[in-house]
Design a protein around this ligand. Structure first.
Ligand code: ZN
Length: 157
């Protein structure tokens, strides 16, 4: 185990034990559940969109450390961002996690996500890391198509 691996593990545990932006948003523009049956991760994501900006976001995580940490860091990366920026952040992270031998460079404001790159060594855990991101993406797509409902759910397959 190298020093950087230790640092990455510390970042994951920090976000796991003190997840940022945890909770619920009353009257959220979008509320959507995310489920990863492979691990048992369950999240509920709430976010508000005002003037093409993701003005607020909260997440309720009941999952493993990787899932909770990934969701916590995600909220920090997307909160207050324009929807265009949010899309870019989501695309960058997903390409880092899904491209084999990727050389994705993370911009400074996303550097906390570096700790999740090592998760790629464990393919079954990649879905744990991706669940919050795929759930956010699904929520944004439903919002754009005007098809949001209070029972919206995204399930990893
Ligand atoms: Zn998990």
């Amino acid at each position: 185990m190298s020093l950087t691996d230790d640092l990455y593990r510390e970042t994951i545990l920090d976000h796991y034990h003190q997840p940022r932006n945890q909770g619920e948003l009353a009257n959220a523009t979008v509320k959507i559940e995310g489920v990863n049956p492979l691990c048992g991760d369950e999240i509920t994501l709430y976010f508000n969109v005002d003037d093409k900006t993701l003005s607020d976001v909260k997440i309720n995580s009941h999952g493993c450390s990787i899932n909770t940490a990934s969701g916590s860091i995600m909220t920090e990366c997307v909160k207050g961002q324009s929807l265009d920026n949010v899309k870019e952040v989501v695309d960058t992270f997903k390409s880092m996690m899904l491209t084999k031998d990727d050389d994705t460079e993370l911009p400074e404001e996303m550097e906390d996500l570096e700790c999740l790159r090592g998760v790629k060594k464990y393919p079954v855990r990649i879905k744990c890391a991706l669940l919050p991101w795929n759930t956010l993406q699904q929520g944004l797509e439903r919002l754009q198509s005007g098809k949001t409902s209070s029972s919206d759910q995204y399930v990893e397959k």
